[in-house]
Every structure is written in C-alpha cells, then in structure tokens.
Write a protein that binds this ligand. Sequence first.
Ligand SMILES: Cc1cc2nc3c(=O)[nH]c(=O)nc-3n(C[C@H](O)[C@H](O)[C@H](O)COP(=O)(O)OP(=O)(O)OC[C@H]3O[C@@H](n4cnc5c(N)ncnc54)[C@H](O)[C@@H]3O)c2cc1C
Length: 253
Amino acid sequence: MTDSPTETATETAKDAEPTFRGDVTVELVKHSAADSDVLWAARVSTAGEQSLEEITKDPERSKGLINYLMRDRHGSPFEHNSMTFFISAPIFVFREFMRHRVGWSYNEESGRYRELQPVFYVPDAERKLVQEGRPGKYVFVEGTDAQHELTTRVMENTYREAYEAYQEMLAAGVAREVARSVLPVGLFSSMYATCNARSLMHFLGLRTQHEQAAVPSFPQREIEMVGEKMEAEWAKLMPLTYAAFNKNGRVAP
Ligand SMILES: Cc1cc2nc3c(=O)[nH]c(=O)nc-3n(C[C@H](O)[C@H](O)[C@H](O)COP(=O)(O)OP(=O)(O)OC[C@H]3O[C@@H](n4cnc5c(N)ncnc54)[C@H](O)[C@@H]3O)c2cc1C
C-alpha cells in the first residue's frame, strides 16, 4: 500500500541483498461475494422486498437463473459483490493489469515515499522461454538449459547493477522519485485490487487461457499466473457463478 512519507521515513533497504522470485503473491484480503448476491439482484426486479427469502427456496432454480443471466449476458446482477486482493508481482504485470479500467480500484505502493525493496523477477524452470510464430499466433516452447542459464545470469547481474545504482544515488541524497528511474520492470511491486465478479470475469476472459474459453486469448504467462490465483479464490466464493462462467465460454456477461 501507499504509505505516508512520515510513516516510511525510517524504512530503508540499504545494503539489502537482492532476492529473485519466479512466482507471484495473490491473497484475498476482504470479500463480500456470494451466489446469493446475484440471485438477490436478479429477483428484485420481479419479487421486490421478498427477494432475499426466495433465494434458498429452490437451489436448482437458482442455478438455472444464474446460468440464464450468464448465457444471455444480463451482466449487472453480477456486480453486487466485492473482492479485495493483495497482489505482489513484477511491474510489467501491473502495467498490463491496470489497463483493466472498469469495475476495478487500485492502490499501489509508492516509489516516492518509500525506498523500493530489491525483489526481482527471474522466470523459473517451468516458464517457456522461446516465442515462435507471428503476432496473434504466438506459440511458446521450452527453452534449452543454456537459455535458462543465460536468462537467469543476465537478469540477476542486471538487477544487481541497477539496484546498486539506485542505492548510490540515494546515498548521495538524490530523491527516491528520481533515483527509481534506473530500476527495471522486473522489480516487484505490490497493490490492492478490488473488483466484482463481472469485472473479474472480463479480466479472466482476457488474461487466462482455458479449454472452455469460446474466445481464446493469449496473455503473458506472468499475468496469467496472477489471474489463476484470483480465479481459484473467486471459484470458492461463488461456485454457481463460476460454473456458469465456464459453461458459457468464459465470456463476461
Ligand atoms: C493478449 C492481450 C494483448 C494485449 N496487447 C496490448 C498491446 O499490445 N498494446 C496495448 O496498448 N494494449 C494491449 N492489451 C490491452 C488491451 O487492449 C486492453 O486495454 C485490456 O485488455 C483491458 O481490456 P478492456 O479495455 O476490455 O477492459 P476495461 O478497461 O476494464 O473495460 C471493460 C469494458 O468496458 C468497455 N469500455 C471501457 N472503456 C471504454 C471506452 N473508453 N470506450 C468504450 N467502451 C469502453 C469495453 O466494452 C471494455 O471491454 C492487450 C490485452 C491482451 C489480453
């Protein structure tokens, strides 16, 4: 989270040894989200004040209603819920993430008010390294051991050098907001992201690959890693909505 200057004045990463990560963090920190929120919103149009009581009466009917709303793209009943995630991921993931404007709220840690910590992204052994094909038709294939070794070595060396330059400027009294210019997009940042089921479905439709997707997307693997973790949390909160999303081709209503 963004901290105030006074709270963080004592924080320092001086002499901190860089750490390298190939994973991302996603934690559901707060939520008010259930399938009943969708049903309540949908039925209020016909049942008025009685709608909350109607929800539990007939589970099969409720499931059918959610599926109908999803299939026919009646989207607004899926907005009456909220999920707040803490996410820690490389800056290049956040650049892509924050393109999602509708139904999302963001707050990211500040590089002006606190000294940025030396945590950097290095792909792990499972990350397919080699891109083949043309734009829109990319295929990613395994890298060789030599390519993995090169990637790890070059990234780590570059990150160390960049972070040393950052610290050298801070030590000389240069402002954090100026010195951070030398830090690469592989640096980890953290944010709170709040969404609802409708905006999350739109995000997942674009930022994950899935066998049930009617409209395949080809996201970068690292934002997909974030999306998969968010999806797992959401599926537990709203199982009927989640099932209907998959059944109807993972297209947001
Ligand atoms: C695989 C992939 C590759 C990408 N590559 C690039 C790239 O090379 N360069 C790049 O710049 N971006 C790229 N993007 C980002 C992409 O263009 C979108 O900005 C991003 O996916 C967010 O989608 P969105 O606008 O639908 O979402 P949101 O901003 O959340 O909007 C949701 C929906 O609201 C409506 N909406 C929102 N704003 C407007 C508006 N101003 N006018 C009309 N309707 C609106 C639209 O229906 C939209 O789908 C890529 C995305 C993906 C998934």
